[in-house]
Write a protein that binds this ligand. Structure first.
Ligand code: ADP
Length: 345
C-alpha cells in the first residue's frame, strides 16, 4: 500500500490542521494520519483499517460506498475514551485509491449546549419557587378570608421578601450571562486594586451586615502604602470582592472578624485572601462551589437571601482577568478564598 503517493502538499497541510485528518486507500487502510486524528482515535493508526476505530457501515469499503454516493453526508461519531468527544466526519475521494477523512471536534459546542439547557432548566426552577409563594399569598389575600391586620401584614412582609429575592435572582442571572459570554475578552484598562478593596470594606463595615462582625485589613506587603495596578474592569472587580466579603460575613460565626490579607508574590503577582471563621465547607463540596446554583445548605442560603450565583459570577470574572481562585476550608475553623492577580509593573 505504500506505493500510493500522497501529494506532499496534503501531508504538510495535514500537520498544521486543527482538525483530524486521515488518508486511506479504497479499502480503508490508513496510509497517513495527523497528530490531531491520533489524539481523537488512537496513538497508532497507520497501517490499520479505519473500520477498526469507527464502526460506520460506509467505512467498510470506501470505494464501494463512494460509488453508491454514500459518502456525501456528514457522519456523527462519539469516541469511546473518557472525553467522549463528539466528532463530525467528512469523507472525500481525492484521487484513485486515495480518500481523505476529516474529523471536526464538536465537543465544546456540545458541552455549551448542555450547559445552556441545564441553565434554562435551573433558572426556571429557581424563579418558580418565589413566584409560587407570591401567587399563593395574593390569592389568599384576595379571597378576603384573612381578617386580622397582623396576619395580613405578615403575609405582605413575606411577599415583599419573595419579590426582592426574584429581583436579586434576575440581577445575578443577567450578571452571570454577561460575564460568561465576555469571559474571553481580557480587560484593557489599568485599575488600582487596593483602593477599591478598601472602599468596599468601608462600605460593608458601615452597612453593618452583621453588627458584631467587622472586616479588617492585614497588609503584609513591604510597603502597604504602595498602590498596585492590574488590567481590569473596575465594576467587575468590585463585584468579586463584594460577593466574597458578603459571603465571609454571612457564613461566618457571630462575633468574629473577617480578615482581608494582602501579600505581594514576587514582583508579578498580588494575592488577596478573604478569611473568615465559620462552619466552613466540607472538602467534597469545594470543587462544586463555583457551579451555578450550588449551595452547601440550600435552606440556609435561601434564608439569608442567597441566590447561589455569587461564586459562579466570581469564577467567570476571574477567568476574564486571568486571576486564580483557590478555596481552602477547615470546617468549624477557618475558610479562605484567595485570589492571585497578575500585576502591571
Ligand atoms: P449564595 O447566594 O448561596 O451565598 P454563592 O454562590 O455566593 O451563593 O455561594 C455558594 C455556596 O458556597 C453558599 O451557599 C455556601 O454554601 C458556600 N459558601 C460560600 N462562601 C462561604 C464561606 N465563606 N463559608 C462557608 N460557606 C461558603
Amino acid at each position: 500500500m505504500n506505493n500510493i503517493n500522497i501529494p506532499s502538499n496534503i501531508d504538510n497541510l495535514s500537520q498544521i490542521l486543527e482538525d483530524g485528518l486521515i488518508l486511506c486507500n479504497e479499502s480503508g487502510l490508513i496510509i497517513s494520519s495527523n497528530d490531531v486524528a491520533r489524539q481523537f482515535l488512537n496513538k497508532k493508526l497507520n497501517n490499520r483499517n479505519i473500520y477498526e476505530f469507527i464502526e460506520i457501515a460506509e467505512f467498510k469499503n470506501l470505494e464501494e460506498s463512494n460509488q453508491k454516493n454514500n459518502l456525501n453526508e456528514e457522519f456523527h461519531f462519539q469516541t469511546s475514551d473518557i472525553l467522549k468527544r463528539s466528532l463530525i466526519i467528512k469523507v472525500k475521494k481525492i484521487e484513485d485509491n486515495l480518500f481523505a477523512i476529516l474529523f471536526l471536534d464538536m465537543t465544546s459546542q456540545r458541552n455549551l449546549e448542555k450547559v445552556r439547557r441545564d441553565f434554562v432548566a435551573n433558572v426556571s426552577h429557581e424563579l418558580r419557587s418565589p413566584l409560587t409563594s407570591l401567587v399563593g399569598f395574593i390569592e389568599t389575600l384576595l379571597s378576603g378570608n384573612v381578617k386580622d391586620e397582623e396576619t395580613r401584614n405578615k403575609f405582605l412582609k413575606i411577599m415583599d421578601e419573595e419579590s426582592k429575592r426574584m429581583n436579586r435572582l434576575i440581577d445575578d442571572i443577567l450578571s452571570l450571562s454577561k460575564v460568561e459570554t465576555e469571559e474571553h475578552i481580557t480587560p484593557n484598562t489599568t485599575i488600582s486594586l487596593i483602593d477599591p478593596i478598601k472602599h468596599i470594606i468601608l462600605s460593608i463595615n458601615e452597612k453593618g451586615l452583621k453588627e458584631e462582625n467587622k472586616i479588617l485589613i492585614d497588609d503584609l506587603r513591604d510597603d502597604p502604602k504602595k498602590n498596585c495596578f492590574i488590567s481590569g474592569d473596575i465594576d467587575e472587580i468590585n463585584q468579586v470582592f463584594i460577593n466574597l466579603l458578603e459571603n465571609a460575613i454571612k457564613y461566618g460565626f457571630d462575633n468574629t472578624n473577617v480578615i482581608v490579607r494582602i501579600e505581594q508574590e514576587k514582583n508579578k503577582e498580588i494575592k488577596v485572601s478573604i478569611i473568615n471563621s465559620g462552619e466552613g465547607i466540607p472538602d467534597k463540596y469545594i470543587e462544586r462551589l463555583t457551579e451555578r446554583f450550588f449551595r452547601v445548605d440550600k435552606a440556609r442560603s435561601r434564608k439569608i437571601g442567597g441566590t447561589g450565583l455569587g461564586l459562579a459570577i466570581v469564577k467567570h470574572i476571574l477567568i476574564k482577568h486571568r486571576a486564580q481562585l483557590s478555596i481552602n476550608s477547615i470546617p468549624n475553623e477557618e475558610t479562605n478564598f484567595s485570589i492571585t492577580f497578575p500585576i502591571i509593573n
